[in-house]
Design a protein around this ligand. Structure first.
Ligand code: ATP
Length: 375
Protein backbone atom coordinates (compact mmCIF):
# COMPACT_ATOMS: atom_id res chain seq x y z
CA UNK A 1 0.00 0.00 0.00
CA UNK A 2 1.47 3.34 -0.98
CA UNK A 3 2.16 5.79 1.70
CA UNK A 4 0.55 9.08 0.83
CA UNK A 5 2.32 11.72 2.82
CA UNK A 6 0.01 14.35 4.21
CA UNK A 7 1.37 17.75 3.46
CA UNK A 8 2.55 18.74 6.89
CA UNK A 9 2.40 22.47 7.15
CA UNK A 10 5.61 23.56 8.76
CA UNK A 11 5.33 27.07 10.10
CA UNK A 12 7.87 28.96 12.05
CA UNK A 13 6.30 31.20 14.64
CA UNK A 14 7.42 34.72 13.86
CA UNK A 15 8.66 36.62 16.86
CA UNK A 16 6.85 39.82 16.00
CA UNK A 17 4.15 39.25 13.46
CA UNK A 18 0.92 39.38 15.41
CA UNK A 19 -1.14 40.58 12.44
CA UNK A 20 -0.19 37.69 10.17
CA UNK A 21 -3.22 35.51 9.23
CA UNK A 22 -3.26 31.91 10.36
CA UNK A 23 -2.11 29.63 7.50
CA UNK A 24 -4.85 27.67 5.78
CA UNK A 25 -4.79 23.94 6.42
CA UNK A 26 -3.27 22.02 3.51
CA UNK A 27 -5.76 20.09 1.40
CA UNK A 28 -4.71 16.69 0.14
CA UNK A 29 -6.09 16.26 -3.38
CA UNK A 30 -6.81 12.76 -4.64
CA UNK A 31 -7.04 12.27 -8.38
CA UNK A 32 -9.60 9.57 -9.13
CA UNK A 33 -9.73 8.26 -12.70
CA UNK A 34 -13.29 7.13 -13.40
CA UNK A 35 -13.91 4.50 -16.11
CA UNK A 36 -17.67 3.87 -16.31
CA UNK A 37 -17.36 1.35 -19.18
CA UNK A 38 -20.23 -0.67 -20.62
CA UNK A 39 -23.70 -1.93 -19.73
CA UNK A 40 -24.65 -1.18 -16.14
CA UNK A 41 -21.16 0.24 -15.51
CA UNK A 42 -22.14 3.90 -16.12
CA UNK A 43 -25.36 3.42 -14.10
CA UNK A 44 -23.67 2.15 -10.93
CA UNK A 45 -20.71 4.52 -11.28
CA UNK A 46 -23.01 7.56 -11.46
CA UNK A 47 -24.42 6.58 -8.05
CA UNK A 48 -20.96 5.91 -6.66
CA UNK A 49 -19.72 9.35 -7.70
CA UNK A 50 -22.90 10.82 -6.20
CA UNK A 51 -22.04 9.15 -2.87
CA UNK A 52 -18.41 10.31 -2.98
CA UNK A 53 -19.53 13.87 -3.76
CA UNK A 54 -21.93 13.78 -0.80
CA UNK A 55 -19.12 12.46 1.38
CA UNK A 56 -16.52 15.02 0.36
CA UNK A 57 -17.79 17.96 2.52
CA UNK A 58 -17.82 15.66 5.55
CA UNK A 59 -14.12 14.97 5.31
CA UNK A 60 -11.53 17.42 6.55
CA UNK A 61 -8.60 18.41 4.39
CA UNK A 62 -9.14 16.07 1.46
CA UNK A 63 -10.55 16.75 -1.98
CA UNK A 64 -11.53 14.29 -4.71
CA UNK A 65 -10.75 15.28 -8.28
CA UNK A 66 -12.63 13.05 -10.69
CA UNK A 67 -11.70 12.66 -14.34
CA UNK A 68 -13.69 10.40 -16.63
CA UNK A 69 -12.03 8.28 -19.34
CA UNK A 70 -13.33 6.05 -22.12
CA UNK A 71 -12.75 2.31 -21.93
CA UNK A 72 -14.60 -0.88 -22.81
CA UNK A 73 -16.32 -2.65 -25.67
CA UNK A 74 -18.30 0.49 -26.51
CA UNK A 75 -15.03 2.41 -26.81
CA UNK A 76 -13.71 -0.32 -29.12
CA UNK A 77 -16.72 0.25 -31.39
CA UNK A 78 -16.02 4.01 -31.34
CA UNK A 79 -12.25 4.11 -31.65
CA UNK A 80 -11.04 0.59 -32.38
CA UNK A 81 -9.27 0.32 -29.02
CA UNK A 82 -11.01 -0.91 -25.85
CA UNK A 83 -8.24 0.57 -23.66
CA UNK A 84 -6.92 3.75 -25.31
CA UNK A 85 -3.37 4.77 -24.40
CA UNK A 86 -4.62 8.08 -22.96
CA UNK A 87 -6.93 6.19 -20.59
CA UNK A 88 -4.14 3.89 -19.49
CA UNK A 89 -1.85 6.86 -18.88
CA UNK A 90 -4.57 8.67 -16.91
CA UNK A 91 -4.99 5.57 -14.73
CA UNK A 92 -1.24 5.37 -14.17
CA UNK A 93 -1.11 9.06 -13.22
CA UNK A 94 -4.08 8.97 -10.85
CA UNK A 95 -4.11 8.13 -7.14
CA UNK A 96 -6.77 5.45 -7.72
CA UNK A 97 -9.09 4.17 -10.43
CA UNK A 98 -12.82 3.62 -10.09
CA UNK A 99 -14.16 1.31 -12.76
CA UNK A 100 -17.73 0.29 -13.63
CA UNK A 101 -17.91 -2.78 -15.84
CA UNK A 102 -16.53 -3.76 -19.23
CA UNK A 103 -17.67 -5.92 -22.09
CA UNK A 104 -20.55 -6.52 -24.45
CA UNK A 105 -21.38 -10.10 -25.43
CA UNK A 106 -21.66 -9.22 -29.12
CA UNK A 107 -18.30 -7.41 -29.30
CA UNK A 108 -15.56 -10.02 -29.50
CA UNK A 109 -12.03 -10.57 -30.74
CA UNK A 110 -11.58 -12.85 -33.76
CA UNK A 111 -10.72 -15.71 -31.32
CA UNK A 112 -14.27 -15.45 -29.96
CA UNK A 113 -13.24 -14.07 -26.56
CA UNK A 114 -14.85 -10.92 -25.19
CA UNK A 115 -13.12 -7.55 -24.88
CA UNK A 116 -11.82 -7.37 -21.32
CA UNK A 117 -9.80 -4.15 -20.91
CA UNK A 118 -10.20 -4.46 -17.15
CA UNK A 119 -7.95 -7.55 -17.38
CA UNK A 120 -5.46 -5.59 -19.53
CA UNK A 121 -5.47 -2.85 -16.92
CA UNK A 122 -4.66 -5.37 -14.18
CA UNK A 123 -1.75 -6.68 -16.19
CA UNK A 124 -0.48 -3.28 -17.35
CA UNK A 125 -0.57 -1.73 -13.87
CA UNK A 126 0.61 -4.98 -12.27
CA UNK A 127 -2.39 -5.22 -9.94
CA UNK A 128 -1.48 -8.64 -8.64
CA UNK A 129 -4.07 -9.06 -5.88
CA UNK A 130 -7.78 -9.24 -6.61
CA UNK A 131 -9.34 -8.52 -3.22
CA UNK A 132 -13.00 -9.50 -2.95
CA UNK A 133 -14.82 -9.05 0.34
CA UNK A 134 -17.95 -11.16 0.71
CA UNK A 135 -20.32 -10.10 3.44
CA UNK A 136 -23.94 -10.90 4.24
CA UNK A 137 -25.60 -7.61 5.16
CA UNK A 138 -29.10 -8.96 5.78
CA UNK A 139 -30.17 -12.61 6.24
CA UNK A 140 -32.94 -11.96 3.70
CA UNK A 141 -30.27 -11.63 0.98
CA UNK A 142 -28.98 -15.20 1.14
CA UNK A 143 -30.58 -18.08 -0.75
CA UNK A 144 -29.20 -20.47 1.93
CA UNK A 145 -31.85 -21.90 4.24
CA UNK A 146 -29.65 -22.14 7.29
CA UNK A 147 -30.63 -19.47 9.79
CA UNK A 148 -28.26 -17.23 11.71
CA UNK A 149 -25.31 -17.54 9.36
CA UNK A 150 -22.78 -14.76 9.48
CA UNK A 151 -20.83 -14.60 6.24
CA UNK A 152 -17.81 -12.29 6.35
CA UNK A 153 -14.85 -13.45 4.30
CA UNK A 154 -12.36 -12.07 1.80
CA UNK A 155 -11.09 -13.78 -1.33
CA UNK A 156 -7.58 -13.00 -2.59
CA UNK A 157 -7.44 -13.89 -6.26
CA UNK A 158 -4.13 -13.93 -8.13
CA UNK A 159 -4.67 -11.45 -10.94
CA UNK A 160 -1.81 -11.59 -13.39
CA UNK A 161 -1.23 -15.22 -14.43
CA UNK A 162 -2.81 -18.58 -13.51
CA UNK A 163 -5.14 -20.04 -16.10
CA UNK A 164 -5.71 -16.58 -17.58
CA UNK A 165 -2.06 -16.47 -18.63
CA UNK A 166 -2.53 -17.42 -22.27
CA UNK A 167 -5.90 -15.73 -22.66
CA UNK A 168 -4.66 -13.60 -25.55
CA UNK A 169 -3.59 -16.57 -27.67
CA UNK A 170 -5.91 -17.11 -30.53
CA UNK A 171 -6.19 -20.36 -32.41
CA UNK A 172 -5.78 -21.21 -36.08
CA UNK A 173 -8.51 -22.23 -38.46
CA UNK A 174 -9.27 -25.97 -38.58
CA UNK A 175 -7.06 -26.83 -35.61
CA UNK A 176 -7.85 -30.08 -33.81
CA UNK A 177 -6.86 -28.97 -30.35
CA UNK A 178 -6.27 -25.80 -28.36
CA UNK A 179 -4.26 -25.56 -25.13
CA UNK A 180 -4.32 -22.94 -22.41
CA UNK A 181 -1.44 -22.44 -20.04
CA UNK A 182 -1.76 -22.28 -16.26
CA UNK A 183 1.27 -20.29 -15.18
CA UNK A 184 2.36 -20.13 -11.56
CA UNK A 185 5.45 -18.07 -10.87
CA UNK A 186 7.29 -17.77 -7.61
CA UNK A 187 7.30 -13.97 -7.69
CA UNK A 188 3.55 -13.56 -8.32
CA UNK A 189 2.65 -16.23 -5.76
CA UNK A 190 4.90 -14.92 -3.01
CA UNK A 191 3.62 -11.36 -3.17
CA UNK A 192 0.01 -12.54 -3.33
CA UNK A 193 0.44 -14.82 -0.32
CA UNK A 194 2.18 -12.15 1.71
CA UNK A 195 -0.64 -9.68 1.00
CA UNK A 196 -3.25 -12.30 1.98
CA UNK A 197 -1.38 -13.19 5.17
CA UNK A 198 -1.15 -9.52 6.14
CA UNK A 199 -4.88 -9.14 5.57
CA UNK A 200 -5.72 -12.28 7.58
CA UNK A 201 -3.59 -10.94 10.41
CA UNK A 202 -5.78 -7.80 10.53
CA UNK A 203 -8.95 -9.94 10.63
CA UNK A 204 -9.64 -13.24 12.42
CA UNK A 205 -6.23 -14.66 11.63
CA UNK A 206 -7.16 -17.63 9.40
CA UNK A 207 -5.92 -18.00 5.82
CA UNK A 208 -7.20 -20.80 3.57
CA UNK A 209 -5.24 -21.77 0.48
CA UNK A 210 -7.48 -23.09 -2.29
CA UNK A 211 -5.71 -25.12 -4.97
CA UNK A 212 -5.76 -28.39 -6.89
CA UNK A 213 -2.42 -29.67 -5.64
CA UNK A 214 -3.60 -33.29 -5.81
CA UNK A 215 -3.79 -33.17 -9.63
CA UNK A 216 -1.85 -30.28 -11.18
CA UNK A 217 1.93 -29.87 -10.78
CA UNK A 218 1.53 -26.08 -11.06
CA UNK A 219 -0.77 -26.22 -8.06
CA UNK A 220 1.58 -28.42 -6.05
CA UNK A 221 4.22 -25.76 -6.70
CA UNK A 222 1.73 -23.05 -5.66
CA UNK A 223 1.17 -24.91 -2.38
CA UNK A 224 4.88 -25.35 -1.72
CA UNK A 225 5.36 -21.58 -2.05
CA UNK A 226 2.42 -21.01 0.29
CA UNK A 227 3.91 -23.36 2.89
CA UNK A 228 7.18 -21.46 2.79
CA UNK A 229 5.57 -18.01 3.10
CA UNK A 230 3.40 -19.31 5.97
CA UNK A 231 6.58 -19.66 8.06
CA UNK A 232 6.88 -15.84 7.97
CA UNK A 233 3.46 -15.48 9.61
CA UNK A 234 3.39 -17.84 12.59
CA UNK A 235 0.54 -15.81 14.14
CA UNK A 236 -1.83 -16.67 11.25
CA UNK A 237 -3.52 -20.10 11.16
CA UNK A 238 -3.62 -21.81 7.78
CA UNK A 239 -5.71 -24.40 5.97
CA UNK A 240 -5.22 -25.97 2.57
CA UNK A 241 -8.20 -27.25 0.62
CA UNK A 242 -8.90 -28.33 -2.95
CA UNK A 243 -11.01 -26.06 -5.10
CA UNK A 244 -13.85 -28.56 -5.48
CA UNK A 245 -14.13 -28.88 -1.69
CA UNK A 246 -13.95 -25.09 -1.40
CA UNK A 247 -17.05 -24.78 -3.60
CA UNK A 248 -18.85 -27.29 -1.35
CA UNK A 249 -17.83 -25.64 1.93
CA UNK A 250 -18.63 -22.14 0.71
CA UNK A 251 -22.24 -23.29 0.38
CA UNK A 252 -22.33 -25.56 3.45
CA UNK A 253 -20.39 -23.53 5.98
CA UNK A 254 -19.37 -20.12 4.59
CA UNK A 255 -19.04 -18.74 8.12
CA UNK A 256 -15.98 -20.97 8.63
CA UNK A 257 -13.85 -18.90 6.20
CA UNK A 258 -11.91 -15.77 7.00
CA UNK A 259 -9.46 -15.06 4.14
CA UNK A 260 -9.14 -17.32 1.09
CA UNK A 261 -6.19 -17.10 -1.30
CA UNK A 262 -6.22 -18.79 -4.68
CA UNK A 263 -5.27 -18.93 -8.34
CA UNK A 264 -6.77 -16.53 -10.90
CA UNK A 265 -9.44 -18.75 -12.49
CA UNK A 266 -10.41 -20.47 -9.23
CA UNK A 267 -10.78 -17.03 -7.66
CA UNK A 268 -12.91 -15.87 -10.57
CA UNK A 269 -15.32 -18.76 -10.15
CA UNK A 270 -15.38 -18.94 -6.35
CA UNK A 271 -15.94 -15.22 -5.95
CA UNK A 272 -19.12 -15.42 -8.06
CA UNK A 273 -20.24 -18.43 -6.02
CA UNK A 274 -19.50 -16.57 -2.79
CA UNK A 275 -21.35 -13.48 -4.09
CA UNK A 276 -24.30 -15.78 -4.75
CA UNK A 277 -24.62 -16.66 -1.08
CA UNK A 278 -24.76 -13.01 0.04
CA UNK A 279 -27.31 -11.72 -2.46
CA UNK A 280 -25.60 -11.82 -5.83
CA UNK A 281 -23.17 -9.77 -7.85
CA UNK A 282 -24.72 -6.47 -6.79
CA UNK A 283 -23.38 -7.06 -3.27
CA UNK A 284 -19.81 -7.98 -4.20
CA UNK A 285 -17.20 -5.19 -4.27
CA UNK A 286 -13.59 -5.63 -5.30
CA UNK A 287 -10.20 -3.98 -5.48
CA UNK A 288 -7.37 -4.94 -7.82
CA UNK A 289 -4.30 -3.91 -5.94
CA UNK A 290 -0.63 -3.61 -6.82
CA UNK A 291 2.43 -1.97 -5.29
CA UNK A 292 1.78 1.45 -6.79
CA UNK A 293 -1.70 1.42 -8.30
CA UNK A 294 -5.15 0.09 -7.59
CA UNK A 295 -8.42 -0.22 -9.47
CA UNK A 296 -11.70 -0.55 -7.58
CA UNK A 297 -14.72 -2.02 -9.27
CA UNK A 298 -17.76 -4.11 -8.48
CA UNK A 299 -17.06 -7.83 -9.01
CA UNK A 300 -19.88 -7.99 -11.52
CA UNK A 301 -19.72 -7.62 -15.26
CA UNK A 302 -21.71 -5.30 -17.49
CA UNK A 303 -24.94 -7.32 -16.93
CA UNK A 304 -26.34 -6.73 -20.43
CA UNK A 305 -29.58 -8.46 -19.40
CA UNK A 306 -30.54 -5.54 -17.13
CA UNK A 307 -28.51 -2.66 -18.63
CA UNK A 308 -30.37 0.55 -19.42
CA UNK A 309 -33.31 -0.26 -17.15
CA UNK A 310 -32.12 1.64 -14.08
CA UNK A 311 -32.54 -1.42 -11.83
CA UNK A 312 -28.93 -2.48 -11.23
CA UNK A 313 -27.84 -2.67 -7.61
CA UNK A 314 -25.16 0.02 -7.09
CA UNK A 315 -24.03 -1.24 -3.66
CA UNK A 316 -21.15 -3.35 -5.02
CA UNK A 317 -19.78 -0.28 -6.80
CA UNK A 318 -20.33 1.99 -3.77
CA UNK A 319 -18.66 -0.54 -1.45
CA UNK A 320 -15.76 -0.72 -3.93
CA UNK A 321 -15.39 3.05 -3.57
CA UNK A 322 -15.27 2.56 0.21
CA UNK A 323 -12.43 0.06 -0.33
CA UNK A 324 -10.70 2.68 -2.46
CA UNK A 325 -10.96 5.30 0.31
CA UNK A 326 -9.52 2.85 2.79
CA UNK A 327 -6.66 1.97 0.43
CA UNK A 328 -5.83 5.64 -0.18
CA UNK A 329 -4.62 5.49 3.38
CA UNK A 330 -5.30 9.06 4.52
CA UNK A 331 -6.87 9.31 7.96
CA UNK A 332 -9.86 11.18 6.53
CA UNK A 333 -10.40 8.92 3.51
CA UNK A 334 -10.31 5.95 5.89
CA UNK A 335 -12.94 7.67 7.99
CA UNK A 336 -14.94 8.23 4.78
CA UNK A 337 -14.76 4.49 4.05
CA UNK A 338 -16.17 3.79 7.51
CA UNK A 339 -18.97 6.30 7.00
CA UNK A 340 -20.04 4.63 3.75
CA UNK A 341 -19.76 1.17 5.27
CA UNK A 342 -21.88 2.14 8.27
CA UNK A 343 -24.49 3.89 6.11
CA UNK A 344 -24.90 0.71 4.05
CA UNK A 345 -25.10 -1.43 7.19
CA UNK A 346 -27.86 0.79 8.58
CA UNK A 347 -29.83 0.89 5.34
CA UNK A 348 -29.59 -2.82 4.54
CA UNK A 349 -30.74 -3.74 8.06
CA UNK A 350 -34.17 -3.06 6.56
CA UNK A 351 -34.79 -5.87 4.05
CA UNK A 352 -37.02 -3.60 1.96
CA UNK A 353 -33.99 -1.47 1.12
CA UNK A 354 -33.47 -3.56 -1.98
CA UNK A 355 -33.22 -3.44 -5.73
CA UNK A 356 -34.80 -6.22 -7.80
CA UNK A 357 -31.87 -8.62 -7.40
CA UNK A 358 -32.41 -8.47 -3.61
CA UNK A 359 -36.16 -8.96 -3.96
CA UNK A 360 -37.10 -5.27 -3.75
CA UNK A 361 -38.20 -2.56 -6.12
CA UNK A 362 -35.78 0.33 -5.60
CA UNK A 363 -34.14 1.77 -8.67
CA UNK A 364 -30.39 2.23 -9.00
CA UNK A 365 -30.76 5.99 -8.47
CA UNK A 366 -33.07 5.61 -5.45
CA UNK A 367 -30.53 3.36 -3.76
CA UNK A 368 -27.62 5.67 -4.59
CA UNK A 369 -29.52 8.71 -3.28
CA UNK A 370 -30.44 6.86 -0.09
CA UNK A 371 -26.78 6.05 0.63
CA UNK A 372 -25.74 9.64 -0.13
CA UNK A 373 -28.48 10.95 2.18
CA UNK A 374 -27.61 8.48 4.94
CA UNK A 375 -24.09 9.88 5.12
P1 ATP B 1 -18.16 -10.99 -16.35
O1 ATP B 1 -17.77 -12.31 -16.90
O2 ATP B 1 -17.85 -9.82 -17.23
O3 ATP B 1 -17.74 -10.79 -14.92
P2 ATP B 1 -20.68 -12.21 -16.07
O4 ATP B 1 -20.94 -12.83 -17.37
O5 ATP B 1 -20.18 -13.04 -14.93
O6 ATP B 1 -19.73 -10.96 -16.27
P3 ATP B 1 -22.48 -10.33 -14.91
O7 ATP B 1 -22.50 -9.20 -15.85
O8 ATP B 1 -21.72 -10.12 -13.66
O9 ATP B 1 -22.03 -11.61 -15.67
O10 ATP B 1 -23.95 -10.75 -14.56
C1 ATP B 1 -24.29 -12.00 -13.95
C2 ATP B 1 -25.73 -11.91 -13.44
O11 ATP B 1 -25.75 -11.06 -12.30
C3 ATP B 1 -26.69 -11.33 -14.43
O12 ATP B 1 -27.93 -11.99 -14.31
C4 ATP B 1 -26.82 -9.90 -14.03
O13 ATP B 1 -28.05 -9.32 -14.34
C5 ATP B 1 -26.63 -9.98 -12.52
N1 ATP B 1 -26.01 -8.76 -12.01
C6 ATP B 1 -24.72 -8.40 -12.17
N2 ATP B 1 -24.49 -7.24 -11.59
C7 ATP B 1 -25.65 -6.82 -11.04
C8 ATP B 1 -26.05 -5.67 -10.30
N3 ATP B 1 -25.19 -4.70 -10.00
N4 ATP B 1 -27.34 -5.59 -9.91
C9 ATP B 1 -28.20 -6.56 -10.18
N5 ATP B 1 -27.89 -7.67 -10.86
C10 ATP B 1 -26.63 -7.81 -11.30
Amino acid sequence: MPYHRCLALVTETPIEAPTQEAPEAAVRKFRIAVLPGDGIGPEVIAETVRVLEALQPKLNGVEFQFSEHPCGAGEFLRSGDPLPGATLRACGDSDAVLLGAMGMPEVRWPSGTEMAPQLDLREQLDLYAGVRPIRLYNPAHTPLKKSGIDVDLVIYRENTEGLFFSRKNGYGKDVLEVRDTLRISRRASERLFRAAFRHARRRRGLLTLVDKANVLPSMAYFRSIFDRIALEFPDVSTERIYVDAAALYLVQKPEAFDVIVTENMFGDILSDLAAGIVGGMGMAPSGDIGEHHAVFQPSHGSAPDIAGQGIANPLAAILSAAMMLDWLGHEETKRGAELIQRAIERLTADASFATRDLGGSLTTAEMGRAVADAL
